[in-house]
Design a protein around this ligand. Structure first.
Ligand SMILES: [Zn+2]
Ligand SMILES: [Zn+2]
Length: 258
């Protein structure tokens, strides 16, 4: 399984810069988890193969350029872009994004080949398929309805916390998996900003360490993501001080493989 965190900001030479402002993970060039930078940073080849998008929650950093992605492909699509989300999140996307004010109701529009976008609801706690992946979602602890995910291609199993403060169900789900190859967990703010992290329902390095104590698996790669760009250096240094085996900060643009 190949997983890339799409970059959302670029250095003077056009390469990915370390700051992560938007969230979009590309899996095997086919499926994305969230869609923050999907409309600005997919390669031309990925644009032709990504047709399934799992939306964990409707915050802007997770959906910012999703409308642009569908718009760009409008005339070329031979199958719809499928938006996989809970009914709750689909209702929010319908009301607040694809509402004919902010952007067109793409789910109602067709090109010469058929529909261009389709909502595909899933239920928390129940397994569902997205392309070649078997997925299970559970609610996590964020300020809007948000899901964490466990995904498998039959060989490799990975888990994504999405945006969350301290949570229980997600760890129960992950602990049920026979094995875990990689865990993607958020670390938004430094420990000194614990108050803001609590109010906005995010983790700090200290609370991340506490969350990891609920995990029964050992030996997997742990990739810290969603570091607030304004406090990135501090969060990186605090994560390093935790001295947790195989914990690293995920680099935007790099393709990781398991
Ligand atoms: Zn969020
Ligand atoms: Zn976020």
């Amino acid at each position: 399984m190949q997983i890339q965190l799409l970059p959302s900001s670029f250095d003077s030479k056009g390469g990915a810069s370390p700051a992560q402002r938007l969230t979009c993970f590309v899996i095997d060039d086919r499926v994305t988890i969230d869609a923050g930078s999907i409309g600005i940073a997919l390669s031309d080849a990925q644009q032709t193969t990504v047709r399934d998008v799992i939306v964990t929650h409707p915050h802007m950093d997770h959906i910012a350029s999703l409308p642009i992605f569908v718009d760009d492909l409008f005339g070329d699509l031979r199958e719809p872009v499928r938006i996989h989300a809970t009914s709750e999140v689909i209702e929010l996307l319908t009301a607040d994004v694809f509402n004919d004010t902010v952007y067109p109701k793409f789910d109602l529009l067709k090109n010469a080949h058929g529909h261009v976008m389709q909502y595909v609801p899933f239920e928390v706690g129940r397994e569902f398929k997205v392309a070649h992946l078997t997925c299970t979602a559970v609610s996590v602890n964020h300020i809007v309805p948000t899901i964490g995910l466990l995904l498998s291609d039959g060989v490799t199993t990975v888990a994504f916390s999405s945006d969350t403060a301290e949570t229980e169900e997600f760890w129960q789900l992950v602990n049920q998996a026979k094995k875990l190859d990689a865990l993607f967990i958020e670390a938004s703010f430094p420990d000194s900003m614990e108050g803001l992290a609590k109010a906005s329902k995010h983790l700090t390095p200290a609370s991340l360490r506490n969350e990891l104590s609920k995990l029964n698996h050992n030996g997997m790669d742990i990739l810290a993501v969603h570091l607030n760009p304004a406090h990135r250096e501090k969060v990186v240094s605090e994560l390093n001080q935790l001295k947790i085996d195989k914990l690293q900060v995920m680099e935007p643009g790099r393709t990781y493989e398991w």
